[in-house]
Design a protein around this ligand. Structure first.
Ligand SMILES: [Zn+2]
Length: 230
């Protein structure tokens, strides 16, 4: 955390008042002129051990924008619910590959037991045709994009991270069951995987191009401009 502060020249501030709850998230980065702001849920305390990894994760998002020259999306006009959540999902999907890689390089495993447990549940649901994503959102587009994000995230772990054999098996089985169970989402996920394969997400330039492409795929390119801080 100190290093992130030093590299960005910004103080990190953790505040309550997180608005989005999609996918059970506990903390989120919020753009600011001066600080690295991390919003946490009102019912969570800043020194709670269970939230420390989430706070570090969100601070690394700040490091990407303020320290490493990565772009971030900004709306040209007030977004609808669907657009706002789609952009949130997009940020998680594209930026987290880099954020989690930095965490792994620092010795913090991004593939936690909580994540793997969730993937196993999702695999079981896909194989048994139960709708595990039912409560993600009332909006079918948001729900569908959230599912795509789950696929791309698992693919990213296999593509870019050191994983154990056991982890590999769990992730591969999830991807296979996803393909069989959700053909529409699989098609979109495959397009996004293609975009990420052609643009190096670990450089600010490749990341920018990947973001542009996916904004077009999701028809958000009229709403969003990609901006830089530095
Ligand atoms: Zn993230």
């Amino acid at each position: 955390m100190e290093r992130i502060s030093r590299e960005t020249g910004r103080e990190i501030r953790v505040e309550k008042g997180l608005s989005t709850r999609i996918g059970g998230i506990k903390a989120a980065f919020e753009p600011d002129r001066k600080y690295i702001i991390i919003k946490i849920r009102d019912d969570i305390e800043e020194d709670d051990v269970n939230i420390q990894e989430s706070i570090i994760h969100e601070a690394i998002h700040g490091l990407l924008y303020y320290g490493k020259g990565y772009c971030f999306p900004e709306s040209r006009f007030p977004p609808t619910y669907m657009e706002r959540e789609s952009v949130n999902i997009l940020i998680s999907m594209v930026d987290d590959i880099v954020v989690n890689k930095i965490m792994q390089d620092e010795g913090v495993s991004p593939i936690g037991n909580v994540y793997l447990g969730m993937v196993k549940k999702e695999t079981k649901a896909a194989e048994g045709s139960t709708d595990i994503y039912e409560n993600v959102s009332y909006d079918p587009i948001v729900k569908s994009r959230f599912m795509v994000y789950r696929f791309v995230m698992a693919w990213g772990y296999l593509e870019y991270y050191k994983v154990t054999r056991k982890e590999r098996k769990i992730l591969e089985r999830f991807l296979e069951s996803f393909e069989d169970a959700y053909p529409d989402e699989f098609k979109m996920a495959r397009d996004i995987v293609e975009v990420l394969s052609q643009n190096d997400d670990f450089t600010s330039d490749g990341h920018h191009k990947a973001m542009m492409e996916i904004l077009r795929l999701w028809e958000l390119d009229n709403l969003i401009v990609l901006r830089y801080y530095s």
